[in-house]
Design a protein around this ligand. Sequence first.
Ligand SMILES: CC(C)(COP(=O)(O)OP(=O)(O)OC[C@H]1O[C@@H](n2cnc3c(N)ncnc32)[C@H](O)[C@@H]1OP(=O)(O)O)[C@@H](O)C(=O)NCCC(=O)NCCS
Length: 174
Amino acid sequence: MTAILGGPAAALGPRSIERVTGADRPATVPTVTIAYEWRGEFDNAELNALHAEAFETRVYDESESDWTTLVHRHSLGWVVARADGKLVGFVNVPWDGLVHAWIQDTMVSGASRHQGIATRLVEIARQGARDAGCEWLHVDFDEHLRSFYIDACGFTPVSAGLIALQEDEAAPGV
Ligand SMILES: CC(C)(COP(=O)(O)OP(=O)(O)OC[C@H]1O[C@@H](n2cnc3c(N)ncnc32)[C@H](O)[C@@H]1OP(=O)(O)O)[C@@H](O)C(=O)NCCC(=O)NCCS
């Protein structure tokens, strides 16, 4: 495995690039180069296509889902994974500007799953948040993903809460 630090300095820490090649994998796994990059470049069309595949939605266009603007405004960072240049994985890391960061929208293309790509995306996000001085990394997830986030990624199970605001009829009037 080769880790390369470099690229133009981003507003919140440097981009970092890592390449994992077939040489690092067991001989039975076909050789593929996965390049991981903290705060790596992407365009809205490729991320909207990946999002649609991962979350089984229609493909949003840029006017509906402008990821590049969103992450630059609201995120500490994000991680992109590319296989021979093609975007195959992404995770967003929004934060509170201080000590809390969140894992959001972890996604890997169908053909690239179960190769450890999402686990590595989260590891790099974790490193990026720690390097930025964050103290806590949060995630919430559906029960079927417990083995991924708890067992593979190493999150500690905690109690958490969630309100679906657009379906919230119990909110007090203003
Ligand atoms: C969830 C997701 C990101 C996992 O990507 P991935 O690259 O296949 O994950 P990894 O290869 O790193 O998985 C490591 C381990 O986590 C567990 N795991 C991964 N995906 C899982 C899933 N969908 N359900 C249950 N366990 C899962 C498995 O134990 C897996 O090991 P295995 O491959 O030996 O079975 C991918 O399936 C995806 O994009 N799903 C659709 C979008 C989604 O639901 N995202 C999560 C939002 S909270």
